[in-house]
Design a protein around this ligand. Structure first.
Ligand SMILES: C=C(O[C@H]1C=CC=C(C(=O)O)[C@@H]1O)C(=O)O
Length: 363
């Protein structure tokens, strides 16, 4: 089979899966060359950690699970894409696609004015840090082009978790995230504290301002406290700079001893999400504040997602640098950490730069 023909067939099968609106995901783990797929032959499944245990599938978890139901894709069919994907798609039922309006996108002026006020009142509102996000709407050629967009993301971001997720209850989402929420290996767990942003440097040299270092330290402190409260033994590496497309971040790695105790691991996962890198501190207050000042519903942006295996191992990632896909437009979700030292104008630029991660493949 020629390369061109193979690509045409892949694009066609992904387009068909989207047209039939079947529950499926394509994902590529960081550093891997293989794209995996999961197709679920059933639409309605309750999300329940005890049900999931011992099964192969994929979790798509929202930012706020009180307003959106988490989705569990059970692997009725799974494999390395495109092996047998077309058969799995043609054998699936077709589902109606809900018509959903694109989320509200605020202007630069509105963003800056809102943030100005929020920074002035940060301490009065009892906040140390919160994450302010916005939506940027872009045009694209429609579902038939999604395979080539997805492929371009996998080619461009080798160290990201790159996915295309579709489900009749959530619609279509795609992203390339640099952030691990929690990895369960056979005998260990891993998480990271990732925060602070600056443009990628061509020379690979970075110096970090105190504000960014502090922002990342808040996240590390939160994770450390949590690990101590839950009686985990752990080691920390970093912080070090990591590059993620057009930006660079500060990241510390936490390697945690674990004997694969499901309940304890779930406690950790539930406490980690949403981390202060996507929500803020104190967590409950920041979550409430975000609901109040953001003009859009985050839905699955800053939620988490990833595959889980029957032996209990899993890879969960924070849903960053992602977009919600409509038939004629894309809604890019981008945000940044705000402290009392933040400048609204620089924060706007930071969100523009983060949006470039996805925009770079739209041209
Ligand atoms: C909330 C986002 O990024 C988070 C992750 C890394 C760095 C961040 C920052 O510098 O603000 C954010 O905490 C986003 O990309 O939408």
């Amino acid at each position: 089979m020629t390369y061109v023909w193979a690509e045409f067939m892949k694009a066609k099968s992904v387009h068909l899966a989207l047209e039939k609106n079947i529950p499926f995901v394509l994902y590529r783990l960081p550093g891997s060359n293989d794209i995996q797929y999961i197709v679920d032959s059933e639409l309605k499944r309750d999300f329940n950690w005890n049900e999931i245990k011992g099964k192969n599938g994929f979790i798509f978890y929202p930012f706020d699970s009180q307003h959106h139901d988490p989705v569990w894709l059970e692997a009725s069919k799974a494999g390395t894409f495109p092996d047998n994907f077309e058969d799995a798609v043609s054998g699936s039922d077709q589902y109606e696609r809900n018509s959903v309006e694109a989320p509200h996108s605020i202007s630069e002026d509105e963003y800056i004015a809102t943030l100005h006020e929020a920074i002035l009142n940060l301490r009065e509102n009892g906040l140390q840090k919160f994450i302010f996000s916005r939506v940027q709407i872009e045009e694209y050629g429609g579902f038939e082009h999604l395979w080539s967009l997805y492929k371009a993301l996998t080619d461009k971001y080798k160290n990201a978790f790159v996915y295309l997720f579709n489900h009749p209850t959530t619609g279509t989402w795609m992203g390339a995230t640099p952030e691990t929420l929690l990895t369960q290996n056979e005998n260990s767990l891993e998480t990271v504290s990732l925060a602070g942003t600056q443009p990628k440097s061509e020379r690979g040299k970075y110096t970090w301002e105190e504000k960014e270092a502090e922002e990342q330290q808040y996240v590390s402190d939160y994770i450390e406290e949590l690990l101590q409260d839950l009686n985990f033994q752990y080691a920390i590496e970093g912080p070090a700079t990591i590059e993620a497309g057009p930006v660079a971040h500060l990241m510390s790695k936490f390697r945690i001893k674990s004997n694969n105790e499901w309940d304890k691991t779930l406690d950790l996962l539930n406490e980690l999400h949403p981390t202060p890198a996507v929500c803020g501190l104190p967590k409950d207050r920041a979550e409430e504040y975000i609901q109040k000042i953001e003009k859009h519903d985050r839905k699955f942006y800053t939620g988490y997602l990833g595959p889980i295996n029957e032996d209990g191992t899993f890879r969960m990632f924070v849903n960053l640098r992602c977009m919600e896909i409509f038939e004629n437009s894309l809604a890019l979700y981008v945000g940044g950490g705000i402290t009392s030292d933040s400048s609204p104008e620089s924060e706007w630029k930071e969100t523009q730069l983060k949006a470039e991660t996805l925009k770079a493949v739209l041209l």
